[in-house]
Design a protein around this ligand. Structure first.
Ligand code: IVH
Length: 711
């Protein structure tokens, strides 16, 4: 904390604590609790300190002095003790024993029917076989994992990136719906569910915050998140958070045989479970439950954004397994988006990290589903013109012009979009929008490749927007996730020429650390402690997982999932790097053999390494990249490449492949010298012959099942 802003707002800091009467002392303690609370949030959560370190310490000392004189006036949210001696300490990280999952989405009854038929197909069940699902509201809060050992709450962690979350145990203990001891629980039990705030409590909190001149929240979810992620558990305790249990992580013994019985058991242990939970035996019943819950949405008293369906039979859930981060056995059926009409005041063009020119609607602020919206995406130039990507009409061909009245919609978290335009209210002087053909940031030509709906800046890294967006992506949560180095700091460092490429992040300390002529600690908004913290956070990320590095490069078409596939396939940076060089020479069979990598992604990878191989190599030189762990090291097929051929009789091909991947194996479509094992069912043809020629081990389905079951 190093700014001296706000000092002029603390004149009372001069009044000697010994001179205060009881009333004044009570008022003073209230002010200190509020101010120190805000200072903490500003420092830790918003990265925007409002007090210097010295001021912070002086105010804490003052608080302690007054509390010592008036012990009866010590507040439940007292800044003493709870903040801790070193306020620079952020939440500790907790690695989830089992990954916290997210859900894929369904938007229509057809999507739900597809979800169910996909499951039947995967399991090889015909349409008549009985298959039950559960349906329950999707709570719009934030997920939390509670770990109990021998019936005692040992820690609570936020979702984080799904693998590692933040330790919020002290805060979770203040939530009434969260039991700290359990009767009749397995020795190890991780309960997962949603922390949320009711409408009523949210409104009261905002009123109180406004009165105190504090921050008000845009919606109950933000309020819940802001309240749970408080370093000062006293603040969390003063906020009325609630919790619904709906899932679990690690268990030392199964809870039940079905989802519905498991949830009932959690209820019996003392957790709140959602009263609108139903078991359904058909798609029709699922949709009925959805309609019923949607009809009650407004009167529930808390925000929900859809209905979650889960396969009831836990053994079948297990067989279905996961698709990277989402289970195949569950889906969220989202409610339709909320809508509102407003005026389009302008269209700005933003340039993204891949050079895409994205039109953004600047709107007269309007409330859509409880959130004030002033920006929305307009997708691309065809969308504005009223054409789809094949030249057909959308909105019956109505184009969108600045000055128009437009209909905005938003679904959950996603960026609001423009749906329609009201031609009857179009101003006479509104002109058709002409999409720029040069980059508004660097002036380079912006080109549309045939078949691409997006116009892209051709400036590459000379384009400031692309350069800075790539750096922001590089430090983002699923990439390097460097604490204290967010979009805001990256922009400022970039603007001042402190960082131009990712490697520069790792040389910041050498250039702007202790003993250097220009030092980070002297920058506005920084101090000795925050600068050291940042250098330490950067140092911490020098050792980093392969998948994160690949994702961080920000290559087109290479998202988190694909980066994970590439990392799992190649195992080490060196293997991946040389595969990229091979692919550039036309040897891309291996790259293309990865299930999930197609020609488009392969081309994007080759192009990126051709254009920026040097920048990438300069980065990786200063990193210590951890080899990808084979996911299940104790399995006999971990790290092996398998090919399935012929007919499988005991499980579908999809299930066999998913099982193999869950055991840490790679599944390829073609037999090559890299294949370790061929599983051949009846009717195997050319692949079996090729495997025999190459001397590759061939087994039948029975042998595969024994392997897969670890027997
Ligand atoms: S189940 C099985 N059930 O939605 C995977 N999630 O979009 C675990 N959520 O991260 C999720 N209500 O935070 C499940 N009844 C519910 C839920 C729910 C809200 C949240 C949860 C999850 C997100 C996925």
């Amino acid at each position: 904390m190093s700014t001296d802003r706000d000092t002029d707002q603390t004149p009372w800091a001069d009044t000697d604590p010994d001179q205060l009467g009881a009333d004044a002392a009570a008022r003073e303690l209230a002010r200190l609790a509020d101010l120190l609370g805000r200072a903490n949030t500003a420092y830790h959560t918003n990265d925007a300190p409002i007090l210097s370190d010295a001021e912070f310490d002086a105010l804490r000392a003052r608080n302690a002095a007054i509390e010592a004189r008036f012990p009866d006036l010590v507040r439940p949210d007292s800044p003493a003790g709870q903040i801790g001696a070193a306020p620079a300490e952020a939440f500790a990280k907790i690695r989830h024993a089992r990954r916290m999952l997210s859900l894929s989405n369904a938007f229509s009854p057809e999507d739900v029917a597809d979800f169910v038929s996909g499951i039947r197909r995967f399991l090889g069940l015909d349409a008549e076989a009985a298959l039950a699902f559960t349906a329950e509201p999707k709570i719009d809060g934030l997920s939390l994992s509670l770990r109990y050992e021998h019936g005692r709450l040992v820690h609570a962690a936020t979702r984080g990136d799904g693998e590692t979350g933040e330790n919020v145990t002290a805060n979770a203990r203040t939530i009434e719906d969260i039991p700290t001891t359990l009767q009749g629980a397995p020795d190890i039990l991780e309960v997962r569910g949603e922390v949320y705030m009711s409408h009523e409590d949210f409104a009261a909190l905002n009123t109180r915050q406004a009165e105190l001149g504090g921050k008000t929240f845009a919606n109950p979810r933000n309020a819940a998140a802001g309240s749970l992620r408080q370093l000062d558990a006293g603040i969390t305790a003063a906020r009325p958070l609630r919790f619904f249990a709906y899932a679990w992580g690690e268990l030392s013994a199964p809870l039940a045989a079905t989802q519905s019985d498991a949830i009932a058991r959690l209820g019996a242990m003392g957790f709140q479970t959602n009263p609108h939970f139903r078991r359904c035996e058909s798609v029709a019943q699922m949709l009925d439950t959805y309609a019923g819950i949607e009809a009650q949405r407004a009167s529930l008293g808390y925000d929900i954004d859809g209905v979650v369906y889960k396969l009831d039979d836990l053994k079948l859930q297990d067989r279905l397994g996961l698709r990277s981060t989402t289970p195949r056995w569950a889906i969220a059926h989202k409610f339709p988006a909320e809508r509102a009409w407003t005026v389009l005041d302008g269209i700005d063009i933003q340039v993204g990290r891949t050079g895409a020119l994205s039109p953004v609607a600047r709107l007269r602020p309007v409330t859509v589903g409880g959130v004030v919206v002033s920006n929305a995406t307009l997708h691309n130039e065809d969308y504005i013109a009223g054409r789809d990507s094949r030249g057909g009409p959308i909105r019956e061909g109505r184009d969108i012009r600045v000055g128009d009245r437009v209909e905005v919609y938003r679904a959950g978290d996603v960026i609001p979009k423009i749906r329609d335009v009201d031609l009857s209210r179009r101003p006479e002087d509104a002109a058709p929008y002409s999409f720029p053909e040069t980059c508004p940031e660097c002036g380079s030509p912006a080109i549309r490749e045939p078949g691409d709906s997006v116009r892209r800046c051709t400036g590459g890294l000379i384009c400031p927007a692309q350069a800075v967006e790539r750096l922001k992506h590089f430090v983002s949560r699923a990439a390097f996730d460097i604490e204290g180095l967010g979009a805001k700091q990256v922009e400022a460092f970039w603007r001042d020429g402190w960082i131009a490429t990712p490697r520069d992040i790792f040389t910041l300390r050498d250039r702007f650390g202790p003993g250097q002529p220009r030092q980070l600690k002297n920058r506005e908004g920084w101090g000795e402690k925050s600068a050291e913290n940042l250098f330490a956070a950067i140092e911490d990320k020098r050792r980093i997982e392969l998948a994160r590095v690949i994702f961080a490069l920000g290559i087109r078409h290479v998202g988190e999932t694909s980066a994970g596939l590439l990392a799992a396939h190649y195992g080490t940076w060196d293997a991946f790097r040389s595969a990229m060089s091979d692919a550039a020479q036309g040897h891309d069979d291996d790259l293309l053999s990865i299930d999930g990598v197609g020609p488009v992604m392969a081309r994007a990878l080759v192009t990126a390494f051709q254009a920026e191989g040097d920048t990438i190599d300069a980065l990786t030189e200063v990193l210590d990249i951890l080899p990808a762990e084979a996911r299940a090291t104790d399995s006999p097929v971990a790290g092996k490449t398998l090919v399935f051929t012929g007919t499988l009789e005991r499980m579908t091909r999809a299930e066999a492949k998913a099982r193999a991947e869950a055991l840490g194996a790679k599944v390829a479509g073609t037999v090559s010298a890299r294949t370790d094992l061929l599983i051949a069912g009846p009717g195997a043809g050319s692949k079996a012959r090729k495997a025999a020629d190459l001397g590759i081990e061939v087994i039948d389905e029975e042998a595969w099942l024994r392997l897969a079951q670890g027997g």
